[in-house]
Design a protein around this ligand. Sequence first.
Ligand SMILES: Cc1ncc(COP(=O)(O)O)c(C=O)c1O
Length: 367
Amino acid sequence: MKPIYVTEPSLPPLEEFLPYLQQIWDSKQLTNGGPFHQQLEQALCDYLGVQHISLFTNATVALITALQALRITGEVITTPYSFVATAHSLLWTGVKPVFVDVDPVTLNLDPANIEAAITPQTTAIMPVHCYGHPCDVERIQQIADTYGLKVIYDAAHAFGVETATGSILNHGDLSVLSFHATKVFNTFEGGAIICPDAKTKRRIDHLKNFGFVDEVTVVAPGINGKMSEFNAALGLAQLKEIESAIGKRQQIDARYRAAFADVAGIHCVPGAGELVANYAYFPIRVQPGYPISRDALYQKLRDQDIYGRRYFYPLISDFPMYRGLPSAAPALLPRASLASSQVICLPIYPTLTEEQQDRIIAIVRED
Ligand SMILES: Cc1ncc(COP(=O)(O)O)c(C=O)c1O
C-alpha cells in the first residue's frame, strides 16, 4: 500500500501549466517582477481581500524582510509553539526572541502573557496564526497600541482565513504567508508580505531586490527575495483550483471530527472563531484516557506507513540556539510544553481518499 504522508502537495493538471511555461520561454522573462509576478500579486489581493502583496521566494526571507522593513530591533515577543523559522527570522535580524506561553485551547500566543514580557527593549510582537486558526488580533492590537509596539503576524498557515471583519491578513502592521509545497496554496517554494499601504509595499519591494530603487540607487542592504516567473505562473494556475481544494480539506476535517468525537483521550484542536477556515492541518491531542502515549500512537501509525507529524515538537524554545534564553525555560511555558508532548497532525490534503482516511481513523480509534 502507498505510504500516506501528512500532506501531499496540490498541483494543477500539467497541460494547464504548459501554456504558462511556453510564455516564459517565448518572453525570456524569468524573474525581476515579470508579468506573472504582477498578475499573481493582483490576483492574490483580489482573492484574499487585501490591499497590497509583495511576493517572495519563501516565507522565511519574507519574515526577515518584514522585520527589516519596520526596522525592528531589541526584543520581540513571540510564541515557542511554531515552526523554527518564526524565531530564526528574529535571530537573522539580530533581534532577541522573548517567548511567552500559548492559550491552552487555541495554542496561539496568549495575549494575557504579553504585557509581563514587555521591557524597554521590546519593539514588536510576532504572533503565529497556528494551524491557520486566528490569533486574538483585537487584544494583541490593544497591547501593541498601548505600548507603541509593531505587530508582524507569521501567517504562514493562514491562507484564505477570514473572521467577521474579513481577511485575517489585514491585522497588525504586516502579515507573512508561506506558499511552500506543504501549504494549502503552494508555488513549490514561495511566500508573501501583506501590507496595508503602497508606501510600505514600495519599501518592501526595494528590500527584496537588494535595496535597488533604480539602476544606480541602492537605499538599503536588501536581500534577493524575488519570486521567479516560474513560481508566480504556478501560483496563477493553482489559484483556479483553490476553492475546490479547500472544500475537499473541509470534508476530511469533518470526517475526522465525527470519527473521533467518542474516543476517550483524543481531542481535536478546535478552530479559533474563523468564519472561513482553510483546514490546513488536522492536529489531535493524545491526552490521559487514551490507552497509549502520543509517541506510541505516532509509531503505530508509522508502522502502517502513515506519517503524521508532531507539529510542534520540540518547541522552538527547546532547540540549542534558543534554550539558553531566560524566556525559554520550560517551567515558564507549561501549556506550550504540554501541547508539544500531546500533538500529532494527521494527514489532510485534497487527494486523500476516504479509504485512506478510514485506515488512519481505524488505527486512532483502535477499531
Ligand atoms: C509557522 C511557519 N512560519 C514560517 C514558515 C517558513 O515558511 P517557508 O518554508 O516558506 O520559508 C513555516 C513553514 O514552512 C511555518 O509553518
